[in-house]
Design a protein around this ligand. Structure first.
Ligand code: ATP
Ligand code: MG
Length: 139
């Protein structure tokens, strides 16, 4: 079993897509081990996306991620990092496969509704950025 960090980004929360996205996870058999609503400061968003520091979209995406509340979740499942990234679809919604969250709901390459860790190393960093072990449900 593997873990990953998922975020419903401020656009997804503002557009009342929390239930829709969580429903998709549950229907795929992905387990939710922790879940919280947060509103990041710009500094917290900068720390979260520090791997992108210096890229042309860094300032904008960190402003966006701190523009309103997000839902952060720890997910668990078999190869869940890739399984959940498949459910999300490509970063650019115009390239996202039909039936993916970003294909169905994203409106912009930046405002793309959801985040998911992209490797075991980033999952470990990102989960610990928001949750301590006591907050993660043990099955
Ligand atoms: P995420 O890390 O949010 O799950 P991702 O792994 O598909 O998305 P990354 O390359 O890690 O994509 O980029 C992080 C986020 O930065 C993207 O989800 C998007 O919100 C924003 N972003 C990425 N590339 C661009 C771009 N070219 N222009 C504007 N925003 C971008
Ligand atoms: Mg990424």
């Amino acid at each position: 079993m593997e873990r990953t960090l998922a975020i419903i980004k401020p656009d997804g929360v503002a557009r009342a897509l929390i239930g829709e996205i969580i429903g998709r996870l549950e229907r795929e058999g992905i387990n939710i081990l922790a879940l919280r609503m947060i509103w990041m400061t710009e500094d917290q968003a900068r720390g979260f996306y520090k791997v992108h520091a210096g890229k042309p979209f860094y300032e904008s995406v960190t402003r966006f991620m701190s523009s309103g509340p997000c839902v952060v979740m720890v997910l668990e499942g078999k190869r869940v990092i890739n399984a959940y990234r498949k459910l999300m679809g490509a970063t650019d919604y115009r390239e996202a496969a039909k039936g993916t969250i970003r294909h169905d709901y994203a409106t912009d390459i930046e405002k793309n509704v959801v985040h998911g860790s992209d490797s075991p190393e980033s999952a470990a960093f990102e989960i610990s950025y928001f949750f301590n072990e006591l907050e993660i449900f043990k099955r």
